[in-house]
Design a protein. Sequence first.
Length: 65
Amino acid sequence: MNCYFCQRNIDEIDFKNTILLGKFLSLSGKIKPRKKTGVCAFHQRRLKKAVKRARYLGLLPYITL
């Protein structure tokens, strides 16, 4: 399985792109693990940082009930 971001040559993961970030979140709002999404370790760390920034600014929810 190849990394979604490596295939598309995406270096910066934009925290304002909530549609893209939403693909890597579960229904409860948790970040999906690498084994489920197929993202490489480098981009998983960047993804984590982008999701946390978006949550802090109120663009993404912390939890959904």
